[in-house]
Design a protein around this ligand. Structure first.
Ligand code: GDP
Length: 621
């Protein structure tokens, strides 16, 4: 009897999935006319500047000029958003209308936003992201919460990091925590339309107060427009001053309830597990007020949190279900990939057969590795899933090509000549607050051919992925002053087409920008980074001094190259290697993944964790 019921249920689910797929098949259009119809500009999806111009019978230059006049730099190939198309229609005197049709390109966006009938909606756990300055305790808080999970004991199994996990509060209610630390992941996901967070916990260490990344976190959370809960951490430490944190945060309009504001402040200690219950209760209260809901009884959709290729198991993706219920054997599209789900696991390494809204799961069976932030959607028709995935992959490739090389120092003059470049966006990262202020001061006085410099971020510390993400989004140039990007940041900058300029003398920065505006950049002495090595241990030798035991993490380290010593991305010394050895032998160079010992000329202050960066200088026209 029980078995029959199960079979019956499965059949109903299957039928539903089939219906959904058939409906989509009927709705899906091969091609849709976008263009002028009786003086109304009808569009079905975003177009490039060039294509838009053709459709309305204008020159691309007219459109670029319009954007220049608004301070936005565009080029012919850039894709216009719906909003921008609307603005243009008004500018050129047309009405405009968006035609809601489903295409292989827009299907993931459209179908993940379908509105459900209120009666179909059910309560779902809130999805929470923790943000804050480095070392303020994000990881510890996540771990403590995971360990305090009342359900974890029963579930057994080791917890695996799958990008998110769910804990059950003692009241029986669940909370989902996103476990991808880093503000950039948060913003990148949002910039791709995948809003995977309901509430942000802003964590601030009570012994340290508001720091640069705290500010950054506030910006990100405010931009997302989600409720903020402040967790004042480390109150167990001597020197902890929670009141100071409260008054500091007032400057950012985060006002505690006791001062008449509406931001919950919870004081506690992630390490000593103080205040965790109150924190969870607060999150659940916010969830109750905001009534986070989703329809679990429909085809599933969600977002990819993390993905990688496993040698034995093939592509593995952690996904967060946002709507519907994902079931094993469902065929899904995940960004530009697709596949039938062979196996599904939860954060406790346990096999699960289905996943409901707000549930994170690991899925196996995709044909390739999707990107974090990709949307996932059930499409139980393999042929169609494949076609849609291919269309999505093509769309992603196009977007990638178009986002590259939006803006660089070389091109400033061109932009000034071509149109009305009003604004050059700059991000400043420096080793000390003093340098940040000095640079801000000097840059704000610069006037190059009537162009204003806007500093969109200025802070102390290494150049990070988040700086590159912001620069990419704002067409900005990143200036590093006595700080360096590491290899992964440099790679991201290359991929995103973001220019990084590194200096250590302020007037050089100014000179360079003025020269760029006149199109008179000097033949540039560029640095070529040869490699990086990490200092993993230290040996003290009475005659030689401090020897750094290194591991080459990138490229190679030649014995006679120039080097700099980086500590947390800040240059602490620039000089030369004095000896480079593998075991007892002197070597000419150390290759990637090799190990050895080195000493630095006139510098004995090497520390564990330091990065030794080898470089050479070349003149480039
Ligand atoms: P994250 O960089 O924000 O992820 O910070 P971590 O969670 O790695 O914490 C940084 C350091 O602060 C670690 O050494 C933690 O053990 C310590 N820490 C975190 N929370 C507390 C706390 O509540 N009290 C104390 N005394 N130390 C803490």
């Amino acid at each position: 009897m029980a078995k029959q019921n199960v079979n019956k249920k499965q059949n109903i689910a299957k039928q539903k999935a089939k219906q959904h797929t058939n409906q989509i098949k009927q709705q899906l259009k091969e091609e849709v006319a976008t263009g002028l119809v009786d003086g109304v500009f009808v569009f079905t999806e975003a177009l490039s500047v060039g294509d838009f111009a053709t459709k309305i019978g204008k020159n691309a230059a007219d459109i670029l000029k319009f954007f220049f006049s608004q301070g936005t730099i565009m080029n012919q190939n850039m894709i216009l958003s719906e909003e921008q198309m609307g603005e243009l229609a008004i500018e050129f005197g047309f009405d405009f209308k968006k035609e809601e049709v489903l295409t292989k390109e827009n299907i993931l966006d459209q179908l993940t936003q379908v509105e459900d009938k209120p009666e179909d909606l059910k309560e779902r756990p809130p999805i929470v992201t923790i943000m804050g300055h480095v070392d303020h305790g994000k990881t510890t808080l996540l771990d403590s919460m995971r360990n305090a999970d009342v359900a974890a004991g029963e579930a057994g199994g080791i917890t695996q990091a799958i990008g998110a996990y769910q804990v059950t509060h003692s009241s029986g209610k669940k909370i989902t925590f996103i476990d991808t630390p880093g503000h950039e992941a948060f913003t990148e996901m949002r910039s791709r339309g995948a809003n995977a967070t309901d509430i942000v916990i802003l964590i601030v260490a009570a012994d340290d107060g508001v720091m640069p990344q705290t500010e950054e976190a506030i910006d990100h959370a405010k931009m997302a427009g989600v409720p903020i809960v402040v967790f004042v951490n480390k109150i167990d430490k001597p020197g902890a001053d929670p009141e100071k944190v409260k008054s500091e945060l007032m400057r950012y309009n985060l006002v505690a309830e006791e001062f008449g504001g509406d931001i919950p402040f919870i004081e506690g200690s992630a390490k000593q597990k103080i205040g965790l219950d109150k924190l969870q209760e607060t999150l659940l209260l916010i969830a109750e007020i905001n009534e986070y809901k989703a329809n679990p009884n429909k085809f599933a959709s969600g977002v990819v949190l993390e993905a990688h290729l496993d040698k034995a198991k093939g592509p593995v993706a952690s996904v967060l279900i946002q709507q519907g219920t994902l079931e094993i054997k469902d065929t899904v599209i995940a960004g530009g990939t697709f596949g039938s789900i062979k196996n599904m696991e939860n954060e406790h390494n346990k096999k699960v057969l289905k996943a409901e809204p707000s549930k994170p799961v690991v899925i196996y069976g995709l044909n390739e590795v999707p990107n974090a932030g990709d949307k996932i959607l059930v499409m139980n028709d393999e042929k169609m899933a494949r076609q849609i995935a291919e269309a999505q992959a093509e769309k992603q490739k196009q977007a990638e090509r178009q986002s590259k090389q939006i803006f660089s120092l070389d091109s400033i003059k061109k932009y000034i000549d071509e149109g009305e470049l009003k604004n050059i966006n700059i991000i400043v990262k420096a080793d000390t607050q003093g340098s940040v202020e000095a640079l801000k001061g000097s840059l704000s006085k610069i006037d190059i051919a009537g162009v204003k410099l806007s500093i969109i971020r200025a802070s102390v510390g290494a150049i990070t992925n988040s700086d590159i993400t912001l620069a990419g989004a704002g067409s900005a140039i990143v200036y590093g002053f006595n700080v360096r990007p590491d290899a992964s940041v440099r790679k991201k900058a290359e991929e995103d087409g973001v220019e990084i300029r590194l200096h250590n003398i302020i007037y050089k920065v100014i000179e360079e920008l003025e020269a760029a505006a006149k199109g008179m950049l000097d033949p540039e002495v560029v640095e070529v980074i040869l490699g990086q090595a990490e200092i993993r241990n230290l040996f003290r030798h009475t005659a030689i001094g401090v020897i750094g035991g290194f591991h080459v993490t990138d490229g190679l380290i030649p014995r006679n190259a120039k080097i700099r010593v980086l500590r947390d991305g800040v240059v602490v010394y620039t000089g030369e290697i004095s000896s480079l050895k593998h075991l007892k032998d002197d070597i000419k160079e150390a290759k990637i993944d090799s190990e050895g010992g080195l000493t630095i000329k006139n510098f004995n202050d090497i520390k564990e964790g330091d990065i030794i960066e080898a470089y050479k200088e070349e003149t480039k026209k």
